[in-house]
Ligand binder design. Structure first.
Ligand code: IYR
Length: 223
Protein backbone atom coordinates (compact mmCIF):
# COMPACT_ATOMS: atom_id res chain seq x y z
CA UNK A 1 0.00 0.00 0.00
CA UNK A 2 1.14 3.54 -0.74
CA UNK A 3 1.88 5.50 2.41
CA UNK A 4 -0.76 8.04 3.26
CA UNK A 5 0.28 11.50 4.36
CA UNK A 6 0.03 11.84 8.10
CA UNK A 7 -1.97 14.68 9.55
CA UNK A 8 -0.48 17.30 11.86
CA UNK A 9 -2.20 19.75 14.15
CA UNK A 10 -2.76 23.21 12.73
CA UNK A 11 -3.75 26.33 14.57
CA UNK A 12 -4.95 29.51 12.94
CA UNK A 13 -4.91 32.88 14.67
CA UNK A 14 -8.45 33.74 15.72
CA UNK A 15 -9.62 37.35 15.35
CA UNK A 16 -12.53 39.18 16.88
CA UNK A 17 -15.23 40.38 14.45
CA UNK A 18 -13.76 43.91 14.65
CA UNK A 19 -10.25 42.69 13.88
CA UNK A 20 -11.62 40.59 11.03
CA UNK A 21 -13.35 43.60 9.58
CA UNK A 22 -10.24 45.74 9.90
CA UNK A 23 -8.01 43.12 8.32
CA UNK A 24 -10.42 42.45 5.46
CA UNK A 25 -10.65 46.19 4.74
CA UNK A 26 -6.92 46.58 4.91
CA UNK A 27 -6.25 43.89 2.31
CA UNK A 28 -9.06 45.11 0.06
CA UNK A 29 -7.66 48.64 0.16
CA UNK A 30 -4.18 47.37 -0.58
CA UNK A 31 -5.17 45.19 -3.54
CA UNK A 32 -7.68 47.70 -4.85
CA UNK A 33 -4.66 49.91 -5.58
CA UNK A 34 -3.11 47.27 -7.80
CA UNK A 35 -3.00 48.16 -11.48
CA UNK A 36 -1.55 46.52 -14.54
CA UNK A 37 1.20 48.86 -15.62
CA UNK A 38 2.96 48.94 -18.99
CA UNK A 39 5.49 51.70 -18.39
CA UNK A 40 8.41 50.42 -16.34
CA UNK A 41 11.62 52.03 -15.12
CA UNK A 42 14.82 50.01 -15.19
CA UNK A 43 15.40 50.60 -11.46
CA UNK A 44 16.73 47.41 -9.91
CA UNK A 45 14.77 45.17 -7.56
CA UNK A 46 16.50 43.00 -4.93
CA UNK A 47 16.61 39.36 -6.03
CA UNK A 48 15.63 38.25 -2.52
CA UNK A 49 12.31 40.12 -2.90
CA UNK A 50 11.58 38.19 -6.10
CA UNK A 51 12.44 34.96 -4.28
CA UNK A 52 9.96 35.78 -1.50
CA UNK A 53 7.28 36.66 -4.07
CA UNK A 54 7.73 33.28 -5.74
CA UNK A 55 7.64 31.48 -2.39
CA UNK A 56 4.33 33.29 -1.74
CA UNK A 57 2.92 32.11 -5.09
CA UNK A 58 4.04 28.60 -4.19
CA UNK A 59 1.74 28.63 -1.14
CA UNK A 60 -1.30 28.37 -3.44
CA UNK A 61 -3.50 25.31 -3.16
CA UNK A 62 -3.31 22.84 -6.04
CA UNK A 63 -5.10 19.70 -7.22
CA UNK A 64 -3.90 16.81 -5.01
CA UNK A 65 -1.10 19.14 -3.89
CA UNK A 66 0.82 18.45 -7.12
CA UNK A 67 2.02 22.09 -7.29
CA UNK A 68 1.98 21.97 -11.09
CA UNK A 69 3.84 25.24 -11.63
CA UNK A 70 7.33 26.49 -12.31
CA UNK A 71 8.52 30.09 -12.25
CA UNK A 72 11.33 31.12 -14.60
CA UNK A 73 12.91 34.40 -13.53
CA UNK A 74 14.76 36.28 -16.25
CA UNK A 75 17.04 39.26 -15.69
CA UNK A 76 19.71 38.40 -18.29
CA UNK A 77 19.55 41.24 -20.87
CA UNK A 78 20.28 38.91 -23.83
CA UNK A 79 17.45 36.54 -22.90
CA UNK A 80 15.09 39.47 -22.28
CA UNK A 81 15.97 40.82 -25.75
CA UNK A 82 15.27 37.43 -27.36
CA UNK A 83 11.92 37.25 -25.56
CA UNK A 84 11.00 40.76 -26.72
CA UNK A 85 11.83 40.02 -30.37
CA UNK A 86 9.83 36.77 -30.34
CA UNK A 87 6.86 38.29 -28.43
CA UNK A 88 6.67 41.30 -30.75
CA UNK A 89 6.71 39.01 -33.78
CA UNK A 90 3.68 37.07 -32.49
CA UNK A 91 1.93 40.23 -31.31
CA UNK A 92 2.42 41.88 -34.70
CA UNK A 93 0.54 38.95 -36.23
CA UNK A 94 -2.12 39.23 -33.51
CA UNK A 95 -2.71 42.96 -33.90
CA UNK A 96 -2.59 42.96 -37.71
CA UNK A 97 -4.27 39.63 -38.56
CA UNK A 98 -5.36 37.32 -35.74
CA UNK A 99 -7.44 39.51 -33.41
CA UNK A 100 -11.07 40.26 -34.26
CA UNK A 101 -12.25 43.79 -34.97
CA UNK A 102 -14.24 43.70 -31.72
CA UNK A 103 -11.23 42.60 -29.69
CA UNK A 104 -9.12 45.41 -31.14
CA UNK A 105 -11.93 47.87 -30.29
CA UNK A 106 -12.08 46.49 -26.71
CA UNK A 107 -8.33 47.01 -26.33
CA UNK A 108 -8.32 50.59 -27.66
CA UNK A 109 -8.86 52.22 -24.20
CA UNK A 110 -5.70 50.47 -22.98
CA UNK A 111 -3.53 51.84 -25.77
CA UNK A 112 -1.79 48.51 -26.33
CA UNK A 113 -0.02 47.56 -29.55
CA UNK A 114 2.50 44.97 -30.69
CA UNK A 115 5.48 46.87 -29.30
CA UNK A 116 6.60 45.54 -25.90
CA UNK A 117 9.59 47.61 -24.69
CA UNK A 118 8.79 46.65 -21.08
CA UNK A 119 10.11 43.15 -21.85
CA UNK A 120 13.62 44.64 -21.94
CA UNK A 121 13.20 47.53 -19.50
CA UNK A 122 11.65 45.73 -16.51
CA UNK A 123 14.43 44.33 -14.30
CA UNK A 124 12.72 40.95 -14.05
CA UNK A 125 10.44 38.87 -16.23
CA UNK A 126 8.67 36.05 -14.44
CA UNK A 127 7.54 33.38 -16.87
CA UNK A 128 4.87 31.28 -15.17
CA UNK A 129 4.87 27.72 -16.50
CA UNK A 130 2.12 25.19 -16.00
CA UNK A 131 2.90 21.50 -15.86
CA UNK A 132 0.04 19.40 -17.30
CA UNK A 133 2.01 16.27 -16.43
CA UNK A 134 5.16 15.02 -14.71
CA UNK A 135 7.58 12.54 -16.23
CA UNK A 136 8.64 9.63 -14.01
CA UNK A 137 12.08 8.00 -13.95
CA UNK A 138 11.05 5.62 -16.77
CA UNK A 139 9.86 8.49 -18.96
CA UNK A 140 6.17 7.77 -18.36
CA UNK A 141 3.76 10.75 -18.33
CA UNK A 142 1.70 11.22 -15.16
CA UNK A 143 -1.10 13.77 -15.45
CA UNK A 144 -1.58 16.54 -12.90
CA UNK A 145 -5.05 17.67 -11.82
CA UNK A 146 -6.84 21.01 -12.18
CA UNK A 147 -3.73 22.50 -13.70
CA UNK A 148 -5.25 25.77 -14.99
CA UNK A 149 -7.09 26.36 -11.73
CA UNK A 150 -3.98 25.66 -9.64
CA UNK A 151 -1.61 27.79 -11.70
CA UNK A 152 -4.22 30.56 -11.91
CA UNK A 153 -4.46 30.60 -8.12
CA UNK A 154 -0.67 30.69 -7.76
CA UNK A 155 -0.45 33.54 -10.27
CA UNK A 156 -3.06 35.54 -8.36
CA UNK A 157 -1.00 35.16 -5.21
CA UNK A 158 2.11 36.13 -7.17
CA UNK A 159 0.47 39.37 -8.35
CA UNK A 160 -0.73 40.19 -4.83
CA UNK A 161 2.78 39.60 -3.44
CA UNK A 162 4.32 41.79 -6.15
CA UNK A 163 1.91 44.61 -5.31
CA UNK A 164 2.45 44.17 -1.58
CA UNK A 165 6.19 44.71 -2.12
CA UNK A 166 5.43 48.05 -3.82
CA UNK A 167 6.29 46.73 -7.26
CA UNK A 168 4.33 46.76 -10.50
CA UNK A 169 3.44 43.91 -12.80
CA UNK A 170 1.72 43.26 -16.09
CA UNK A 171 -0.04 40.04 -17.03
CA UNK A 172 1.27 39.90 -20.56
CA UNK A 173 -0.09 37.26 -22.93
CA UNK A 174 1.91 37.14 -26.14
CA UNK A 175 0.11 34.43 -28.01
CA UNK A 176 1.10 31.77 -28.87
CA UNK A 177 3.84 31.55 -26.23
CA UNK A 178 5.67 28.46 -27.46
CA UNK A 179 8.77 30.58 -28.09
CA UNK A 180 9.28 30.92 -24.33
CA UNK A 181 9.85 27.20 -23.89
CA UNK A 182 12.46 27.30 -26.67
CA UNK A 183 14.30 30.41 -25.52
CA UNK A 184 14.39 29.25 -21.89
CA UNK A 185 15.21 25.64 -22.91
CA UNK A 186 12.40 24.25 -20.77
CA UNK A 187 11.29 20.61 -20.77
CA UNK A 188 8.31 19.34 -22.82
CA UNK A 189 6.01 19.14 -19.79
CA UNK A 190 6.15 22.89 -19.13
CA UNK A 191 3.72 25.11 -21.02
CA UNK A 192 3.98 28.90 -20.70
CA UNK A 193 0.97 30.28 -18.81
CA UNK A 194 1.72 34.00 -18.39
CA UNK A 195 4.65 36.35 -18.91
CA UNK A 196 4.87 38.85 -16.07
CA UNK A 197 7.32 41.76 -16.13
CA UNK A 198 8.04 42.97 -12.60
CA UNK A 199 9.70 46.18 -11.50
CA UNK A 200 9.18 49.77 -10.53
CA UNK A 201 7.01 52.27 -12.37
CA UNK A 202 8.55 54.84 -14.69
CA UNK A 203 8.17 58.31 -13.19
CA UNK A 204 6.00 59.34 -16.14
CA UNK A 205 3.80 56.27 -15.70
CA UNK A 206 0.08 56.60 -16.32
CA UNK A 207 -2.65 53.94 -16.21
CA UNK A 208 -5.99 53.80 -17.99
CA UNK A 209 -8.87 55.39 -16.11
CA UNK A 210 -10.79 52.22 -15.25
CA UNK A 211 -13.56 51.44 -12.82
CA UNK A 212 -14.07 48.19 -11.01
CA UNK A 213 -17.49 46.60 -10.97
CA UNK A 214 -19.30 47.26 -7.67
CA UNK A 215 -20.09 44.46 -5.22
CA UNK A 216 -23.64 44.01 -6.47
CA UNK A 217 -22.43 43.49 -10.06
CA UNK A 218 -19.91 40.82 -9.10
CA UNK A 219 -21.82 38.93 -6.42
CA UNK A 220 -25.17 37.60 -5.29
CA UNK A 221 -25.79 36.70 -1.68
CA UNK A 222 -28.31 33.93 -1.00
CA UNK A 223 -29.14 34.74 2.58
N1 IYR B 1 -1.86 39.69 -25.97
C1 IYR B 1 -1.93 41.03 -26.52
C2 IYR B 1 -3.31 41.58 -26.55
C3 IYR B 1 -3.97 41.85 -25.25
C4 IYR B 1 -5.01 41.02 -24.85
C5 IYR B 1 -5.67 41.27 -23.70
I1 IYR B 1 -7.22 40.08 -23.21
C6 IYR B 1 -5.32 42.35 -22.89
O1 IYR B 1 -6.01 42.59 -21.71
C7 IYR B 1 -4.29 43.19 -23.28
C8 IYR B 1 -3.63 42.91 -24.48
C9 IYR B 1 -0.97 41.95 -25.76
O2 IYR B 1 -0.49 41.58 -24.69
O3 IYR B 1 -0.74 43.05 -26.23
Amino acid sequence: MKDTKSFISYTLTKYSPEEMLQRSEWLYNLLNQRRSVRIFSDDPVPKKVIENIILTAGTAPSGAHKQPWHFCVVSDPDIKAQIRVAAEKEEYENYTRRMSHRWLEDLKPFGTDHLKPFLEIAPYLIVVMKKPYEVDSEGKKINNYYVNESVGLATGMLLAAIHNAGLISLTHTPSPMRFLRKILKRPENETPFLLIPVGQPHKKMTVPNLRRKPLEKISDFYV
